[in-house]
Design a protein. Sequence first.
Length: 379
Amino acid sequence: MRRVVAITALNYFISGALTLVIPLLLLDRSVSVADIGVVLSIMPLIFLTARIVFATFADHIGWAHIFVVLNWPATLAATMIYFFAQSIPAFSAGKIVEGLKDSAYWAVNRTAIFSLAPEKKEKEATRINAVIWLSTALGSAAAGIGIAYLGFSATLGILILASVIMGVPAGLLLKQERESLRPKPKLKPDPATRSLSPKGKGKMFWLVSINLAINSFSVYPLVTLLLPVFMAQQLGYGYLSIGLAFLLYNVASALVTLFALRKPLGKTRAIIQSAIGLFAGFWLANSGFFFFALFLALAVMRGLGIGFFEASIIKVTKNSLKVSVDIGFLHIPTRLVEFFSVLTAGFLSQSIGYAPLFAASGVSFAIFSALSVYILRQK
């Protein structure tokens, strides 16, 4: 698990930095919020198709190979493309490669966890999200500090170096996969592409899939586009302030996630996190002096909710022989929601303002919470 954690930490240090660097860099070059949204929407669209394909081959050739052959090289390539990018098409190409990077990671991340920690699937999968958010926090801080004191080019140079270092734990994982105490299931010698059929999934499987998409709608467009741009344009935050704000946001999410590991996933917790999300969502746009407190409330909401997210996935994939592919199918609606939400968020923020979009985030999270309780109570 240590090597998976190391890859995760480096992967999301880079991703956390890029999440801030790219929209702020485009904003600095006078690109409109709507056009920034178009560029950012490319990544989930690539994610939609690439993750399933990568997962199919992972279930046949082994999950560690995907980390080494796809995730690591794509991470390095994406950071290098951004370093040299001077136009919207170039940044779009970077988002395509970044989408391949994250597709490769998420195609096998949970498969690796389930293989290396079969008796603690739910806790380890939830714990790895805390690692993701802590690493994202450090990446956000590095981005803000780097842009403020070194500039965009030097900051991207640091991310290229981190991408190179990521190759070390990725390579070591090949050996660890072979030594895993839990052998990889023996699949029938079908062509790999035959695994791409969604047939045979029950109603509960697709209900979980839809619920994951609802969760993504409540978080993804906020973190990816709306909040960084809102801070820069509406609140006048500088690059350093935005970076530190997202540092605290992700640290808070991670700490709440770790604290909540021993707490039950029940109705009471769902009500609490829904109330937090609704309150923050409806007041965030006009919060003035209290903006940062509500911003951190969203982090608490996110940290409490991830336990439901991971438990739902495990519920419908625990007996699967093709875990990577099934988890990929679960996320198809999520990627569609991410694509359309980010694509339209920039246009909507310019036409109707931020308040309705923030409120919609709170409402969708409350729906996710209620559905999660229902799903986990089913036999």
